[in-house]
Design a protein around this ligand. Structure first.
Ligand code: GLY
Length: 416
């Protein structure tokens, strides 16, 4: 199978790594990829937001499958362009990706499908902000309706900060804001593969969104993750499939916009039950790094089956009886104003450690050197017999890497 992966991050590197280990994959390509992905795939300097260019590349390569990683190309319609070229694509259409592209749309679908979530108020005018904040009280949860690269959600007890975020989102062209109740309880990410009508869950993971140890500081794209979750109820996956994923996929099909790809169910396990915090229309980053590290079933056939409406042909997924932890190494001053261009050393030394692999996120090749090129620079993954071993491996890997001014959390998976 010839596969083209679209994207540049550690999630795409994790996908590329898993696909490269699948004997069914004869050629692996990435557009545009990154220096880490270059070790397992051929890179093509194509704009990942340009659907026609991605479709033309996939056609020229004779790709049997295109896997679209990030949300921006999905919302921009890259999957539609590839599908129109007659090539199977793992990733929803632009219309179906609105589950992530518009929080108000996602709430509407959840309401129609009877999916448990916080009741929202959609605010479209600055004059409505106060009433919406008063309706729920602190802690205030204010979400930009549209894509905001991990900066769209503010959860705060500070009313002025909540108001300011709402006003800032509304000031954007077509800006809308969703204000909702705070959902108390531990958060879980569950990825559910969808083929338009059927669903196939992966294993749950937990993400660490705040920049600092002890969940302090601003939100980020994610500073680390682990899987499995020994504390999660055994019935969680079956419950989410029955109450969240299948009803959502059924509702999307009913609307004439079937969902094909991965439905990322961001969940809160509250005292009143499991609630959806958010949907995303793609694999989570960094959770994918730990989920795929545990998947024993070859990945290509599973993604191809989802892309071609054939998930019913996939045998039960097999999982390694191992744990995985990933720690994100972030650039100086991430997330405020990440510095780029700093040389990274120690990658080979980290990779040489047992149970450690290093996934590239914001990196670029500069001659013989690899330098930082984004906020989240690397995702160092440790795999071990249990979470303690996996955690030890991941941090041993992080310790081998040098990047001036970088920082990482020291408490990923510490409490479990
Ligand atoms: N880890 C959070 C996300 O992928 O959105």
């Amino acid at each position: 199978m010839k596969i083209l992966i679209v994207g540049t991050g550690a999630r795409e590197h994790a996908l590329a790594r898993s696909l490269s280990q699948d004997p069914a994959v004869t050629e692996l390509h990435a557009a545009p990829g990154n220096p880490g992905i270059a070790a397992v795939a051929t890179l093509h300097p194509v704009d990942q937001l340009d659907g026609e260019a991605v479709a033309a590349l996939a056609t020229r390569l004779g790709a049997d499958l295109v896997v679209v990683g990030p949300e921006a190309p999905l919302v921009a319609g890259v999957s539609d362009a590839v599908r129109a070229a007659g090539i199977p694509v793992f990733g929803p259409s632009a219309a179906a990706a609105q589950l992530e592209g518009s929080k108000a749309f996602a709430k509407d679908v959840m309401s129609a499908a009877g999916v448990p979530t916080a009741e929202p108020r959609v605010v479209t005018e600055p004059g409505q902000i106060d009433a919406a904040l008063d309706a729920f009280g602190a802690p205030y949860v204010v979400k930009d309706d549209g894509l905001a690269a991990g900066k769209g959600v503010v959860v705060t007890d500070d009313r002025d900060a909540a108001h300011a975020h709402a006003a800032e989102c509304l000031a954007k062209p077509g800006g809308r804001v969703v204000v909702e109740d705070y959902l108390d309880g531990p958060e879980v990410s569950l990825f559910v593969l969808c083929d338009g009508s059927r669903v196939l869950p992966l294993v749950p993971a937990q993400d660490f969104k705040r920049v600092g140890d002890g969940d302090t500081g601003p939100n980020t794209g994610g500073m680390g993750a682990y899987s499995p979750l020994p504390w999660a109820p055994e019935e969680l996956v079956a419950e989410v499939v029955a109450q969240v994923a299948q009803p959502t996929v059924d509702e999307m099909a009913r609307r004439g916009t079937p969902f094909v790809g991965v439905l990322y169910c961001g969940l809160a396990l509250t005292s009143s039950g499991t609630r959806v915090v958010e949907f995303n229309a793609r694999f989570g980053d960094p959770e994918t790094q730990v989920v795929l590290a545990r998947l024993a079933t070859p990945l290509a056939g599973v993604l191809h089956a989802a892309a071609t409406g054939a998930l019913d042909t996939v045998p039960p997924l097999r999982w390694r009886d191992e744990a995985a932890v990933t720690v994100v190494v972030a650039a100086h001053d991430y997330p405020a104003a990440p510095r780029t261009g700093d040389p990274i050393t120690g990658l080979a030394e980290a990779e040489a450690l047992p149970g450690v692999h290093v996934l590239h996120a914001g990196t670029r090749q500069d001659g013989d050197a690899v330098v930082s090129a984004g906020g989240r620079v690397l995702s160092v993954v440790g795999v071990g017999a249990d979470l303690a071993d996996a955690r030890t491996a991941a941090y041993a890997g992080v310790d081998r890497i040098a990047l001036a001014g970088s920082h990482h959390r020291t408490d990923i998976a510490a409490r479990v």
